[in-house]
Write a new protein. Structure first.
Length: 731
């Protein structure tokens, strides 16, 4: 019996200190016998705090170390910390005083196995409009070793953020790209790019974009997320901020390995899920984080006009390549307001839109989930017409995989195949054409003549091929599906099935690249030859198929009309509008199937099934929150050490930085503060006071969702953490 998700998650909560007590760290990891600057009291009041975990993992060979910064707006210090679950953080080392305001910390993590070892630290601050970047290494005893420094003075910096990606890491080389979005007091946005040597810390500026006039707010809440990309969208950076009328601005930037920034889009705020209408979202505070390989989330306070609005909304954005070589548009897939009962685990959405098809199903092929859209007569049998060709293609590809045929085989079209009635690609008897091109014709224009030729080539006769189709249905457990032959000319369109069986049939090959290449092909040059003379279908080529009726459509096959088998007529109605389709959004595939014996809008129904189901998956699910911590905080730092362990830092009286451990488990919504330590920082000069309150996000490593996130916000001087889950996985 499978354990429940709650039970499996709870087993991951750190409940022992075996590694700390047993001394499992290596010799170079042992804690120092003495520490740096002693704690003191100081009249300066801290108004800025940040914190990052720079590497190491509980129970691993490298113990976790974190670094905080506490500042007054007139200078600050870094502090390294030895941390472990359920144990009070131990301050190790304080840096010298670093001048400036708006101190931020960033860790250069590799793409694979991030933060298993201590990684390079970047700190930044602004002095008189000049942005200073510093790189640091952190020794096993917490010693902070300054490596390099660079000052950006091209324009006066009002606000900035830090983002990065790995360029190359091998046995001898570590190269990182650091990207810094900057806003000026004029409201303009620009991007500065750097390359950092991950071994020496050397900082080399690569490029500086021109100003983008965007009307950023006086405090734009700048945030940057690296979107790693996939076959649908190239890697890039998503920069989000608030403009001077309180709207979220999203801009996308491509930056090559040499650091050249190219603006790929600037939007207020983006497009809707269909990539048609504009969508504008508002916020007073803002933060963002990446989501999978092709998306990001933004979180912002959206209610009221006071400095501390009471409502936070989480938006989910999918990055989509648009027209032009350098065009990327953010699509607003969903947001947390679509969960009608946020206090309940799971997403309780508004009622799904109605579909006109009498039989319909949305199906998650990764997890076998059919609950995303309430199944509608999904087990009711009817004729499927040319949707039958999905099985034809699958059986053909089985033969290719078995080596009995090849996609490059030259097939000679028989007189029977060429004489097939109904939809065709106009094959000619005796024509010689590749098997792959016949498959294109079958799936792109529903060619019955191509279907007949495929069957004869694979099985010798159409009757033998029908036997293979029914045998495959039995293997897949499609108990309500039968394929037959009317002994006439419509071999290609005779079959009876259910929406569930057709969804599960397609799901059996949802990740087969050869299947999707053929079923999802939008255009192909399809030509054969007769007596040495080329024949193209159509003339002139190419053959085309509409693959634009839904965003990110992977493949589709429709059916209409069809023939009948005597044994099943008139038991089940024939198809007058059937469709099976697959689409992928934010790296999650979905299959929809709809069958109708009366007129209905096949594409419109499938769109409703897709949209509602993707929103069901990706609507952020509120999992829980902590109680308020403190009462006079003006800023905070937040980072995660593992999927069950987080750290926070807040300023406290007496020039103190208070660092706390948290047990965090998104599944059951656990947020429990355990131990805290306050470090008073010596020698700081009083500064201008509180900086604007901010919202913070840290990602939890997760196998149960596409993304689990810890959110932090200051409300009435107190820090509160919240847990959100995006893209639940159903194991």
């Amino acid at each position: 019996m499978r354990r429940s998700r709650l039970a499996r998650t709870l087993t991951a909560i750190p409940i022992t200190l075996t590694c700390l007590l047993a001394g499992c760290e290596s010799e170079t990891e042992r804690e120092p016998s003495t520490y740096a600057v002693a704690a003191t009291t100081d009249p300066a009041v801290l108004s800025e705090v940040d914190l990052v975990h720079i590497g190491g993992s509980p129970g691993g060979s490298t113990l976790p170390i974190a670094v905080s910064v506490g500042a007054t707006g007139n200078g600050g210090r870094l502090t390294s910390w030895k941390v472990a679950p359920n144990v009070a953080p131990l301050a190790l080392f304080d840096s010298a005083i670093l001048p400036g305001k708006d101190h931020q910390l960033h860790v250069l993590t590799p793409r694979l196995s991030p933060k298993l070892q201590r990684e390079m630290l970047v700190s930044a601050s602004v002095t008189a409009g000049n942005l200073t970047l510093r790189t640091w290494s952190v020794a096993a005893d917490g010693t902070l070793v300054p490596l390099a420094q660079h000052t950006y003075s091209t324009v006066a910096v009002a606000h900035y953020a830090l983002g990065h990606r790995q360029i190359i890491i091998d046995a001898t080389t570590k190269r990182y790209q650091l990207v810094v979005p900057i806003t000026r007091n004029t409201g303009a946005l620009r991007l500065a790019t750097y390359e950092i040597n991950g071994i020496t810390g050397a900082i080399n500026m690569r490029a500086d974009s021109n100003d983008l006039v965007v009307g950023a707010a006086a405090d734009p809440q700048l945030s940057i997320s690296y979107v790693s990309g996939n076959q649908r969208v190239r890697p890039h950076y998503a920069v989000s901020f608030v403009d001077n009328v309180g709207r979220i601005m999203n801009s996308t930037w491509k930056v090559d390995d040499l650091g050249a920034p190219i603006l790929a889009g600037a939007y207020v705020s983006g497009k809707d899920i269909a990539n048609v209408a504009g969508v504008i979202r508002n916020a007073t505070t803002l933060a963002s984080a990446s989501l999978g390989a092709s998306g990001f989330i933004t979180a912002g306070n959206v209610q009221g006009t006071s400095p501390e609005p009471t409502t936070a909304e989480v938006q989910v954005w999918e990055e989509l390549t648009c027209a032009g070589a350098n065009c990327i548009v953010p699509l607003n897939i969903t947001d947390s307001s679509r969960d009608t009962v946020p206090a309940m685990f799971g997403v309780q959405q508004v009622a799904p839109p109605g579909v006109t098809a009498p039989r319909a199903l949305a199906y998650d092929p990764l997890y076998g989930d059919d609950s995303l859209y309430p199944p509608k007569n999904a087990d009711s049998i009817q004729g499927i017409a040319s949707v039958r060709k999905v099985m034809v293609l699958i059986v053909m590809l089985d033969a290719v995989a078995a080596g009995t045929v090849s996609l490059n085989d030259i097939v000679t079209v028989s007189t029977a195949a060429a004489g097939t009635s109904g939809s065709s690609m106009s094959l000619v008897a005796g024509e010689q054409i590749r098997l792959r091109d016949l498959a294109y014709g079958m799936m792109m224009v529903s060619a019955g003549d191509a279907t007949w030729a495929i069957a004869e080539h694979v099985a010798g006769t159409t009757s033998a091929f029908v036997a293979l189709m029914n045998a495959k249905a039995a293997v897949l457990g499609l108990t309500n599906t039968v394929y037959c032959h009317d002994a006439g000319s419509k071999f290609s369109s005779v079959g009876y099935s259910t929406a569930r069986d057709q969804a599960e049939l397609w799901a059996s090959v949802f990740d087969d690249p050869e299947y999707l290449e053929i079923a999802g092909r939008a255009s192909a040059v399809v030509c054969g030859a007769l007596d040495g003379v080329e024949i193209c279908h159509p003339t002139p080529p190419p053959m085309t198929k509409n693959m634009t009726w839904y965003v990110e459509l992977d493949g589709t096959k429709g059916g209409n009309g069809g023939a009948a088998c005597a044994a099943y007529t008139p038991l089940y109605a024939n198809c007058s509008g059937c469709l099976t389709a697959q689409a992928t959004r934010l790296d999650r595939p979905l299959v929809t199937a709809s069958l109708a014996s009366g007129a209905f809008a096949v594409n419109a129904d499938a769109t409703k099934l897709f949209d509602h189901s993707f929103r069901q998956i990706f609507t952020p699910d509120y999992r829980g929150s902590s109680g308020a911590q403190g009462g006079s905080a003006t800023d905070f730092g937040l980072d995660t050490v593992s999927d069950t362990y987080a750290l926070t830092a807040v300023p406290v009286a007496g020039s103190g930085v208070k660092v706390c451990n948290w047990n965090v488990v998104a599944g059951p919504g656990l947020l429990m503060r355990t131990q805290c330590t306050t470090r008073n920082l010596a020698g700081l000069v009083p500064g201008p006071g509180a900086i604007p309150r901010r919202l913070g996000i840290a990602s939890l490593g997760s196998i149960e969702a596409e993304g689990d996130y810890v959110f932090g916000r200051i409300t009435a001087g107190a820090l509160q953490l919240k847990l959100w889950r995006v893209g639940q996985k159903d194991f």
